[in-house]
Design a protein around this ligand. Structure first.
Ligand SMILES: Nc1ncnc2c1ncn2[C@@H]1O[C@H](COP(=O)(O)OP(=O)(O)OP(=O)(O)O)[C@@H](O)[C@H]1O
Ligand SMILES: [Mg+2]
Length: 243
């Protein structure tokens, strides 16, 4: 599933969170959004996820402008997308019930639900915790369940917002491996906002550097990290404060 933003501006009262952002995410691409805190990464993901509409500009998801769709059409487009947030909010039920939820609301056959839940939990290495009550999970396990819940119905567009922030290296590794395997198996389009430059290096095909609501540089991962074109990108990558 591809997405496109044309001259997108997002204002919150007098705060301009995004300014004239033009960007394409191609089918099957993993794209990382990096930039300092407050630069507009979450705002961008929320617009792509159709949770918010921009103040100005055009958004196209799979060639369709959400602003011009009926509620039914928008809902149908959204059923192919999932977003994983930094802090998982799981239902007060078992791991299995949490992961099965997205399939149940899509009227999936019970046998298929069992199969897909097993597949999603295997992807995050939690098959043996399926009967555990979700509120008793560790933070890392909870985030892995949250990821399994997001991908169980095989979304064609997966949005990850700081999905491994505050986790230990072992859980970060497990989640990143799950992203890579999910991508290999489905060729989904994945957009990932991260503060972790190494994560962008490990996961992404394309990297977008956002500063103060504007795209400073977008390039293939190798070019972005090995020969950044913009002085601001070079400063950011070398850890200099540029806000
Ligand atoms: N609903 C809102 N109301 C008012 N201001 C908002 C709202 N959402 C975002 N902003 C502002 O827009 C700017 C961009 O916020 P955003 O959350 O997109 O940044 P971010 O790059 O995701 O930051 P972080 O790396 O800390 O997650 C910030 O200055 C923020 O305060
Ligand atoms: Mg954010």
């Amino acid at each position: 599933m591809d997405f496109e933003l044309q001259d997108v501006t997002m204002k919150f009262q007098d705060k301009c969170a995004l300014k004239d952002v033009t960007l394409k995410g191609k089918e099957g691409e993993i794209i990382a959004f990096i930039g300092p805190s407050g630069s507009g990464k979450t705002t961008l993901l929320r617009i792509i996820n159709m949770l918010d509409s921009p103040t100005k500009g055009i958004v196209k998801i799979q060639g369709q402008n959400p602003g011009k769709l009926s509620n039914g059409e928008r809902y149908s487009l959204r059923t192919d997308m999932a977003m994983v947030f930094q802090n998982p909010s799981l239902f007060q039920r078992t791991v299995e019930a949490n992961v099965a939820y997205a399939l149940k609301i899509r009227n999936t056959q019970p046998e298929t639900i069992d199969e897909k839940v097993a597949w999603a939990l295997k992807l995050v290495g939690l098959e043996n915790l399926k009967h555990q009550f979700a509120p008793t999970l560790s933070a890392g396990e909870a985030q892995r369940v949250s990821f399994a819940r997001a991908i169980v119905f095989e979304p064609k567009l997966l949005l990850l917002d700081e999905f491994t922030a505050n986790l230990d290296p072992a859980n970060v590794k497990l989640l990143e491996e799950a992203v890579i395997r999910y991508h290999q198996e489905t060729n989904a389009t994945i957009a990932c906002a991260t503060h972790n430059l190494f994560q962008a290096k490990r996961l992404a095909h394309e990297v977008v550097f956002i500063l103060d609501g504007e795209i400073v540089e977008k390039a293939k991962k190798e070019d972005f990290f090995e020969s950044p074109q913009n002085q601001l990108t070079r400063s950011f990558l070398s850890g200099e404060l540029i806000c």
